[in-house]
Design a binder for this molecule. Structure first.
Ligand code: C2O
Ligand code: CU
Length: 447
């Protein structure tokens, strides 16, 4: 048989297959394919993590989309459990958003499903599993099921010489008595990395003096609030959660709650060999860091710990000219202490998911969200399918900061404006996986 004949046979076979089997994927190829299955990540020669991920790697492949250009992503679930993929930060319909609470179908074990949507808004987004894990640390965001999704703007892509996507991550979780002081349980972590390498392993990032490097940083943690710094350099922050600031601002350290993103430009103006990493010495030395090496300047990588000024979103905003208007929508967060060696439960306005009351909104209406944290822990709260603008932080007005996750500090309030402009069931929850799985979730419903 010649190569030509072979191609003809294969071609004919493919046509037959797609015509006769309703369950086989349509002949037209998807733009992206994610296969959920086991991954083995070699963080260092001494530590290989075995977990679940996408396409055999974790983080999963970078999904790069164009704002407004429809895309089809095919998801194969090769695991034994139903799965689901959420496209975090996109304004897309509930049926494809990737949350069963909103009505997106799950992908059964062994099955393939397609998600088709028009990506918007532009910026640094991400994708991740949205199943609940409960006390099973082999599920949900405790696994390696996450990756970057970048939506390119229609115009003005920005100017830089190198672009790096950096996911901050812990691995190998275990149940531990957390530092809540009361002996309740939380996840502890044994290994740390940026992307899939522990500090000191793999190739350094190679830079040249005068380069502008754009870092797109994601805290892909299931549970940990992170502070990071770049020795010898500062971060010129251009976007929070992928949404451009009105004016960039230079800072020495960044803080990111689980699921938050920061885009920052770094001016390479200090030749040498430097570490970017967690300010926590323990976690950085255990792997959460990476080395930047200037051309012609190899050597021992340097670290310096910056002063730890408290993180405050307000420095990125402007003083508002008018006070925000909108129907007040208070959301009060409380902890229900479960007892030593049990996992605490959480409530929003006095109710825990799945018994929570829906938050009712009307389309094309402006709301004044009041996140009122009456607990002693910080919560990275997230609203699906929408972006909100911060209007008050601990009582002080601000404007111009657009987010889809905001960390509400212990016993503090943050206020925001939400324009309800994307009808459909919408999930609101704490992005700390163990809080979300133990009640910290509610559904916003358009009425
Ligand atoms: Cu990033 Cu409901 O999730
Ligand atoms: Cu929380």
């Amino acid at each position: 048989m010649t190569r030509r004949d072979l191609l003809r046979v294969l071609g004919a076979g493919a046509v037959c297959g797609s015509g006769s089997f309703g369950q086989t994927p349509p002949a037209e190829a998807a733009d992206y394919t994610l296969q959920i299955g086991p991954v083995s990540i070699e963080l260092s020669p001494k530590r290989t993590v075995k977990t679940m991920g996408y396409n055999g790697i974790a983080p999963g492949p970078l999904i790069r989309l164009r704002e407004g250009k429809p895309v089809t992503i095919e998801v194969h679930n090769t695991t034994n459990e139903p799965e689901i993929v959420h496209w975090h930060g996109l304004h897309i319909p509930s049926e494809v958003d990737g949350s069963m609470e909103e009505g997106t179908p799950m992908v059964p074990p062994g099955a393939t499903r397609r998600y088709t949507f028009t990506p918007a808004p532009s910026g640094t987004r991400w994708y991740h599993t949205h199943v609940s894990a409960g006390r099973n640390l082999k599920k949900g965001l405790y696994t390696g099921q996450f990756g970057f999704l970048y939506v390119e703007p229609r115009e003005n892509p920005g100017a830089y010489d190198q672009e790096l996507f950096l996911a901050l991550r812990e691995w190998d979780p275990y149940m531990s008595t957390g530092d809540g002081g009361e002996g309740s349980m939380d996840a502890g972590w044994k290994a740390f990395s940026i992307n899939d390498r522990a500090l000191g392993f793999g190739e350094p990032i190679r830079v040249r003096q005068g380069q502008r490097v754009l870092l797109r940083i994601l805290n892909a943690s299931a549970t940990v609030l992170r502070r990071i710094a770049f020795a010898g350099h500062s971060f010129n922050v251009v976007a929070l959660d992928g949404n451009l600031l009105r004016a960039p601002l230079s800072v020495k350290a960044l803080e990111l709650g689980p699921a938050e993103r920061v885009d920052a430009l770094v001016e390479m103006n200090n030749p040498g060999c430097w570490i970017l990493g967690a300010t926590s010495d323990h976690d950085r030395l255990a792997g959460m860091g990476m080395v930047f090496e200037y051309a012609g300047k190899p050597g021992e990588p340097q670290w310096t710990t910056p002063d730890s000024a408290p993180w405050d979103y307000r420095i990125f905003g402007q003083t508002p000219t008018a006070s925000p208007v909108g129907e007040p929508l208070p959301l009060v967060f409380r902890k229900i202490f479960a007892g030593t060696h049990w996992v605490d439960k959480w409530s929003i306005n006095g109710k825990s998911w799945p018994k929570a009351d829906p938050i009712r909104v009307h389309a094309n209406t402006r709301y004044h969200l009041i996140f009122d944290n009456q607990s002693d822990e910080a919560h990275p709260v997230h609203l699906h399918r929408h972006t909100f603008e911060l209007t008050k932080i601990e009582g002080v007005p601000t404007s111009g900061i657009y987010k889809d996750v905001v960390v509400v500090p212990p016993r503090k309030q943050i206020e925001a404006t939400l324009v309800a402009n994307n009808p459909g069931p919408t999930l609101f929850h704490c992005h700390q996986q163990m809080h979300m799985d133990f009640g910290f979730m509610a559904l916003l419903e358009y009425v």
